[in-house]
Design a binder for this molecule. Structure first.
Ligand code: SAM
Length: 312
């Protein structure tokens, strides 16, 4: 896996320590298949300085415009956001940012609700337990692979009870469409993926986007990349990725994670693990990434094919 600090088409992973708008000037038009990010929300987290809302929105608009320039015509852009809060009043950022995408001609495919069970307990309103992913495409021709992200059917053995298909399974045996409400645990202190970052993505959230919206060899991009979760979800599925992160300490933490991927020592929460239910014994242990370079993967497949053919 070739990792570089500045944009290079021959890299597998570009991780830039600086402002995303500077990095974007190095990127050609129509380059990325998927852009996915969670920007700062302007709520005073340790990595942001609170600005007037108009100044914050103006910067977001610039990053969105430049990102859309670098998006392929058959590509997708996913902006993951929560609420801006001022004097106890919430302003949903997806509502404020939607016009910037719509004005550029992008088409909203889903407004995905990411639901999680843990967070701050509010005292003057109901505790917030979801955030949103706005998924836009640049055109009507876009990649959407449903099979790799199907989830188990609730009643997998349910069959048609009348008509010409009587007795046949009524649901898809590969599983069902995961819908637009995703219950995925957020990364709190006891999560296997926790780093020093206070707002990192769970890898499985981004794996679902990468697997459904890109194909192997495609490029992904995260302009506010933090500790590199978008890059991890991309490289473990043989995609290439570019990220920008302003803060050196998160940048360094990301590099440590990439090295762990390379050495096959990074542990992640498996996509197939159900949300913890104290009444069920359904524990699936953490998964250790087994990283293969494309050459190693091609050799393994060739070897398995030869072994199979020598048996038949
Ligand atoms: C919500 S966090 C993203 C975390 C990321 N999703 C992860 O999994 O680690 C937003 C990140 O954007 C970074 N950031 C803020 N302004 C930036 C800019 N202009 N260019 C690049 N990164 C920036 C912050 O330092 C912070 O780490």
């Amino acid at each position: 896996m070739k990792i570089t600090k500045i944009f290079n088409k021959n890299s597998d992973l570009v991780y830039y320590n600086g402002d995303c708008l500077d990095l974007l000037t190095q990127i050609p038009d129509d380059y990325f298949k998927l852009i996915v990010t969670s920007p700062p929300y302007n709520i005073g987290k340790e990595y942001e300085k609170r600005e007037r809302l108009e100044i914050y929105l103006d910067f977001q608009k610039q990053v969105i415009q430049e990102s859309v320039r670098t998006l392929k015509n058959n590509g997708s852009i996913c902006w993951q956001i929560g609420n801006y809060v001022e004097n106890g009043e919430i302003k949903p950022l997806d509502i404020l940012l939607y016009p910037f995408f719509a004005d550029l001609g992008l088409k909203l495919r889903n407004r995905i609700v990411w639901y999680f069970g843990h967070g701050l307990h509010a005292s003057k309103r109901f505790s917030g337990r979801y955030e949103v992913i706005l998924w836009f495409t640049k055109s009507n021709k876009y990649t959407f692979n449903l099979d790799p992200v199907r989830v188990p059917q609730k009643y997998p053995n349910k069959r048609h009870f009348k008509g010409p298909k009587k007795g046949e399974l009524s649901g898809n045996p590969l599983g069902k469409n995961p819908s637009d409400i995703w219950e995925i645990p957020n990364v709190k202190s006891n999560h296997i993926e926790k780093t020093i970052h206070p707002a990192q993505f769970p890898v499985e959230l981004i794996e679902r986007l990468v697997l459904s919206m890109t194909n192997e060899g495609d490029w992904t991009f995260d302009p506010f990349a933090g500790v590199g979760t978008t890059q991890i979800a991309s490289i473990i599925h043989n995609r290439k990725s570019v990220g920008a992160e302003l803060e050196k300490k998160y940048y360094d933490a990301a590099i440590v994670r990439f090295k762990k991927v390379k050495n096959s020592t990074l542990q992640i929460r498996p996509m197939e693990r159900p949300v913890y239910d104290p009444l069920k014994n359904n524990h699936i242990p953490p998964k250790t990434i087994q990283y293969e370079t494309p050459t190693q993967m091609a050799l393994r497949i060739k070897h398995e094919k030869e072994k199979y053919e020598s048996r038949v």
